[in-house]
Write a protein that binds this ligand. Structure first.
Ligand SMILES: [Zn+2]
Length: 205
């Protein structure tokens, strides 16, 4: 059975990672097409509901979570995994845009200066959503365990000095600011291609 997503290409910039994601043919495009699976993702990472998300439906992700693109849900789950490692910096953000001409193709942008962290989080989020939407009869992903493993991996990559730095250990991830669509609010010139608002807008037509 095909996976939910196919990550076709990952582009790494100095401050953000862009993943071109195909929602495979036959798979749901919108969370509203499978609310039970969407709820499974929510229960894995309830904090995504409180993410700032400046779409048409409201200011928080919970306002649109029940009817938005799966790629947008993937973005928020990725950002939350990064955030819970406490290694993503003070602000974690993302943006999801449809690639014009293909309703199944999206560019998911993750703002993070650490490309290994962003890729690891994206990979984990993809795995978790695959479970939620396609393999819910199998053992659920271990969200805290995944975050812990990713945290250990990144600390290891950054070197032993960083791993024992008290400031890192004391970092309270709950206090970090999550502003997933902050970049979009500024970049209005491509608002027509912005997914988070576009979904709600289309449904109102
Ligand atoms: Zn969002």
């Amino acid at each position: 059975m095909a996976d939910l997503f196919n990550v076709l290409k990952v582009t790494v910039g100095p401050k953000k990672l862009t993943a071109r994601v195909l929602v495979n043919p036959g798979m749901p495009l919108f969370t509203s097409q499978d609310v039970e699976a969407t709820a499974r993702v929510y229960y894995l990472a309830p904090a995504i509901a409180d993410h700032m998300c400046l779409g048409d439906a409201g200011s928080r992700f919970q306002d649109c979570m029940g009817n938005t693109e799966l790629a947008h849900l993937l973005e928020h789950l990725t950002v939350e995994i990064m955030n819970e490692t406490g290694l993503a910096g003070a602000i974690s953000s993302g943006r999801t845009r449809n690639v014009m001409g293909d309703e199944r193709l999206f560019d998911v942008e993750i703002s993070c200066p650490d490309d290994a962290l962003a890729i690891g989080a994206l990979s984990s989020a993809t795995f978790m959503m695959n479970w939620a939407f396609l393999h819910a009869n199998q053992t659920p992903p271990d969200f805290p365990g995944t975050v812990a493993a990713l945290t250990a991996l990144i600390k290891n990559l950054r070197g032993a000095d960083d791993a024992v730095e008290p400031e890192q250990e004391d970092d309270d991830t709950a206090g970090a600011v999550i502003d997933t669509e902050g970049a979009t609010a500024v970049a209005r010139e491509d608002a027509g291609a912005v997914v988070y608002g576009g979904a709600a807008a289309e449904d109102n037509l």
